[in-house]
Design a protein around this ligand. Sequence first.
Ligand SMILES: [Zn+2]
Length: 749
Amino acid sequence: MSRRTRSRRRTALEAAKRPAARPAPPAGRSAPATAPTGPRRRPLLPALAGAAVLAAAALVYVLVLAPGARRRTAGPVPGTPTNVLLITLDTTRADHLGCYGRAAARTPALDALAAAGVRFSRAYAPAPLTLPSHASIMTGLYPLAHGARNNGHDLAAGTRSLAEIFKARGFATAAFVSAFSVDSRFGLGRGFDVYDDTFDAQAALKGLNAQRRAADTFALFSRWLDRAAAGPFFCWVHFYDPHLPYDPPSPYKEEFAGRLYDGEIAYMDHYVGAVVEALKAKGVFETTLIVAAGDHGEGLGDKIELGHGIFLYEETLRVPLIFRGPGMGPRPAVADGAVRLIDVAPTVLDLLGWSAEAAGMQGRSLVDRFGGERREDLDAVVETLFPRENFGWSELVGLVAGPWKFIQAPKPELYELGRDPAESKNLYAGEPDRAAELKARLEGELVRLAAAAPSDGTPAKPRPQDLDRLRSLGYVNFAPAKPGAAAPDPKDQVGVLDLVQRAQALEYEGNFAAAEPVHEEIVRAIPDSPESYINLALVQARLRGLDAAARTLERGLARLPDSETLLARLGFTYAAAGQAEEALKTMDRVLALNPSQLDALTVKAGVLDASGRKDEARALYERALALEPESRFLRLNYAASLGSAGRLREALDIYAKLADDFPDDPLARQMAGITSLYLGETGPAIRDLERAVALKPSPPAYLHLAWAYEKEGRAAEAVQALRRYLADPRGESPANVEKARAALERLQK
Ligand SMILES: [Zn+2]
């Protein structure tokens, strides 16, 4: 399994995931449409100066007199913010917040933002999925246009995000995200100076609990704000806590016993409050526009689904949406018409005075609704590819139009939300004319949206190594859609869905023995989904060892011989079981299907490296790095491989660059120091090793620091480093420990 293979390199991977800065995006992926123009604290003012006076006068004329110009009415009157802070609330149902009417909620921080800002009472996510929705918030585009239509897809090249717009205008840009679904590799990192997706990748691989808690994400944000508060900045903080499994820390766990989902929301809200307090402490709260938005809701079993992703019902599509910024308040405003998450970006740009930047976006500014008077409902297109790609069932697409919702499915659905908010009565058969009209309207919209899709990039397929982690987030089963095959309606697959949800719940509880037979049933129910076998194999690997897992994967391959995903899995399993030759053979089959399969390249390189075939290994690391040049993991391994081949100078160059890119990474710093020492450069060695132990004490860093001090004749410091080393030489070889003891004795004489 990849998780096993990777866990052997746990330290390197963990350290590699820790650094705070985002590396430069791969070549060709970052193309800001606007040239940098330098910092602009008050964006409109520079345009009013000097030679631009006439143009500015024309602009004022347009703003004041033109039809459709902004109308200010009672309620909050927004001023131009200096900074923008976007807080996304993963998996948060609007109707589970106090300000959206839930009496039992404990969400004082979000309620306070709503009470002094604008709350949209009916906001729709474009998809009940994390990445598609976040990409829509960032780009103002529907998933059909931005390309990230399911978790694991890539944001299409050529789409422009808020971060890129802010960066091009000289703002500091930073993101602190909490889950793999929004990992920078999917494209959301473009435009961010800092994109911190350093949540524990190991945990994501290991358990089914791949979230970074709000406390950790907040701490990173807060540290960054210490440096960046002077602004102007655009910052995104993503809280993931309400996602499954629901396990808030104490005291929320106890206080919300029996309704832990609400406990997760309450816990998250505490950190929304902490973010607000941090802004206040820096004196920038009043100059910062805060946007709080959900990405999708959660089924909670209200209709069919416990989680989200498969269906397009209200509980997974209705999200909180709150704006709070300069000039707003103290009077709250509630805007009641239906709006969409694609409207967030155009609204933010409008509030900054940059509405021209929203050209090409599919959402529209909501600023004219800030007064709170009810406006017309905006049509919302909603979709999910998740059932198609994850289960081989039909995808769903729908249109919310005023009080109506139409869902295109093998068995179409029509609901009148005004009268039937629980969507309990399908009116499709009873209202054929309305259904036909909405269907035609939806199809027209889809054609229009597809035409707006960027022409210079087609979304890439999800990569198997990402699917592993997505699976751990509850996004399972990327079954290949069989072209032409009639896919079943997800509504008719409730039995299988129950199995999947049961297996998932058992795994969340750690009850793998009970999950195994359920996975067996799933294999029988969806035998053409590679992930059915993979999920079973993952459980078997825990229960019965790698051989049992390999047999299951081989069984899957007998039915699906060309499945790259299954082959890659099997290759990992062999590698983890120490079957080097089988691993190499299997990974060669993967690479024959897909020469740029990153996991196959990485595992093959690792196996060759471990079996002493260093030159071949290095060549593969190079191929992998060509695909993923920013990978800290690959860079560390490649440098180690160069070092062990005696190419110390080249290794040092890589470590030094890593330490530069990730100044908070102790491992890169430590390796740079050790390599300098081997090169005889004690000065730089001491500098890097001192920095490494300051970041994170480690036995190898103390030991090499001691040798470096000794070489420089700094005996007292060498003694101190050796004492620290000997106080906790965990993981060190007895020979090293003995050498250190001898040196300590010698130096103390
Ligand atoms: Zn989400």
